[in-house]
Unconditional design. Structure first.
Length: 166
């Protein structure tokens, strides 16, 4: 698949997911590009029948509320560049790997966050955090109900300093 066709498919998917018409997407590009795209121009882009400038890629990402790398995502298929065919694995790799010192993109940030969450969930301290959350919710509810600290202390099983509520 030509890279323009892969980008076009992604534009089409994102536009449809946002329930935008061809005309609406064309209009949404106007503020970023200085003039809107016609319905036909959007249609041509979605069919992979045009190349994109960097400004157009940025405008498409903004209009579709996504990232520029997300526009490059493709199905598991080889990608045709003007001088070579790139395997699907290599193509996906260039979208994910940006070097050790490069800023992370959204996908990498999500993967790091999921790994961190998995590590946190495996800790024994999680049970303590859950108890702290329950106590905090109880304190908040009791405070809204106007309970006094001494009565609240007995209900939740911890001693609260009355000076904190003065």
């Amino acid at each position: 698949m030509r890279i323009e066709a892969a980008i076009g498919r992604q534009i089409s998917r994102l536009r449809e997911a946002r329930q935008m018409s061809l005309t609406q997407l064309g209009q949404a590009l106007g503020p970023y590009l200085g003039k809107p795209w016609s319905r036909q121009a959007v249609h041509q882009a979605e069919r992979g029948r045009r190349a994109f400038t960097a400004a157009e890629m940025a405008a498409l990402a903004l209009a579709l509320d996504t990232s520029v790398p997300a526009l490059f995502l493709a199905d598991a298929t080889d990608i045709e560049l003007p001088g070579a065919v790139v395997s699907a694995e290599d193509y996906q790799g260039i979208l994910l790997y940006a070097g050790d010192e490069a800023p992370r993109d959204g996908i990498e940030e999500l993967l790091v966050a999921l790994r961190d969450i998995r590590q946190i969930l495996s800790r024994p301290a999680l049970a303590r955090l859950a108890k702290i959350e329950r106590v905090a919710e109880e304190v908040a509810r009791a405070g809204q109900a106007g309970d006094q600290p001494a009565r609240l202390s007995g209900r939740i099983g911890i001693r609260l300093d009355p000076d904190l509520y003065s």
